[in-house]
Design a protein around this ligand. Structure first.
Ligand code: ARG
Length: 411
């Protein structure tokens, strides 16, 4: 008789948040895929009871439950590279969620390899961007893994899901559910759904918790000096600081001054327009300070060309293409452009606004002897005449040709 081969382990790693969806997913995967579930919660800067989240997964039936603190990696390998690129989607969204997903996917995939699992699962719905980001990353970095998307697959309504949870002994939050859907990390917080689905309705104050309403913010402005080295923020008011600490300190300070609220209609990758409300105080201040320092230190043509690439870069990040050849090639260009971006910027924070009011750098390209209208001017104004003569030549030639055509046709 043929000996039966030992069964291949059926283990799945689930990106676990501790919320109802991914909690139900643990049991649903066991029942529908017959697999053991390893729950992995990745801490990218959302405050939470991670010990409780870990225990909850075990209680529901996960065979293993781990929490990974990935804040440092998130800041160093995702936020800072994006900051150097001034990454912002559709001119307003600093991409907090979009930057965190590839990292969460990478961390969970690495654990799957280590644990000998063959399946990866996420808790994203079929209508959003996050499913795309998870699955593109897993496909690129862990091509052999089978991907499960329970929330997309099970087709349960909210009521059916709660019913299922109750039947299976999965804790259902007793407090009234917030009508909003939040996603939170070090780089920002997003809110969707509920009353926000009416694009005409102003967000209620209850949506916000990182920022003071600008009209209630302190009547006196705050100033903060941000030090940069090669495009990366390294200090606040002269005090050296690790990126995670620097970003969270700035979130608190700028949030207190009402900075970083964004209310926008956004184009999702899946073709839906969506009303999004973001709070991103630190991102707002750092992006503004970084752009300002580039104004001082980047040569004109490099600066202009970099701007063109930034919108493409931002789009790639939003689309979940972090691990893609184009994002990586653009990153190489962007990183190279940052060699000179060292110095400091003085930011003024006041009632919802932040602005650079001073900047200095050892690599400054600002030349007083060229810019000044006072004594010490070394700019040769006479040279401008010949410059304009040649620079404007092609436009003059074209205009003259149009005029003579018009004259001939008598119009
Ligand atoms: N609209 C933002 C994005 O696509 C935020 C998404 C928030 N995700 C969530 N699961 N609530 O990046």
């Amino acid at each position: 008789m043929k000996k039966s081969r030992p069964k291949r382990s059926r283990k799945a790693v689930l990106a676990y948040s501790g919320g109802l969806d991914t909690s139900v997913a643990i049991r649903w995967m066991q029942q529908n895929y017959g697999c053991d579930v390893i729950a992995v919660a990745v801490d990218v800067g959302e405050e939470g009871d991670y010990a409780g989240i870990r225990r909850k997964a075990l209680k529901i039936g996960a065979v293993k439950s781990v929490v990974v603190d990935a804040k440092k990696e998130f800041a160093r390998d995702f936020i800072l590279p994006a900051l150097k690129a001034n990454a912002i989607y559709e001119g307003r969204y600093p991409l907090a969620t979009a930057l965190a997903r590839p990292l969460i996917a990478k961390v969970t995939g690495d654990i799957a390899l280590k644990e000998g699992a063959h399946m990866l699962a996420h808790g994203a719905t079929g209508k959003g961007n996050d499913q795309v980001r998870f699955e593109i990353t897993w496909g690129a970095l862990f091509p052999k893994m089978k991907i499960i998307a329970p929330i997309r697959e099970w087709g349960m309504t909210r009521e059916q899901e709660i019913e299922y949870a109750k039947k299976n002994g999965i804790p259902v939050p007793v407090t009234k559910r917030s009508p909003y859907s939040f996603d939170v990390n070090l780089w920002g917080k997003s809110a969707e759904a509920g009353p926000l689905e009416d694009p005409w309705a102003e967000p209620l104050e209850e949506v916000y918790d990182w920022t003071t309403a600008p009209e209630k913010a302190p009547a006196k402005p705050a100033y903060v000096e941000i030090g940069f080295e090669q495009g990366e923020p390294v200090s606040l008011d002269g005090r050296k600081m690790e990126p995670v600490k620097l970003i969270s300190n700035l979130n608190a300070l700028a949030g207190e001054h009402g900075i970083g609220r964004v209310d926008m209609i956004e184009n999702r990758l899946v073709g839906i327009k969506s009303r999004e409300v973001y709070e991103c105080p630190a991102a707002t201040v750092l992006l503004s300070a970084h752009r300002d320092l580039e104004g001082l230190c980047l040569e004109r043509e490099l600066a202009h060309h970099k701007t063109l690439l930034e919108s493409k870069y931002s789009e790639l990040v939003y689309y979940g293409l972090w691990y893609s050849p184009l994002r990586e090639a653009l990153q190489a260009f962007i990183d190279d452009s940052q060699k000179r971006i060292s110095g400091k910027v003085r930011m003024k924070l006041f009632r919802g606004n932040c602005a650079a009011v001073g900047r200095q750098s050892p690599n400054s390209l600002y030349r007083l002897d060229l810019a000044t209208y006072d004594v010490g001017d070394r700019f040769d104004q006479q040279a401008a005449k010949g410059f304009i003569e040649l620079f404007g030549m092609s436009a003059r030639v074209a205009a003259a040709s149009e005029q003579s055509k018009r004259r001939k046709s008598g119009k």
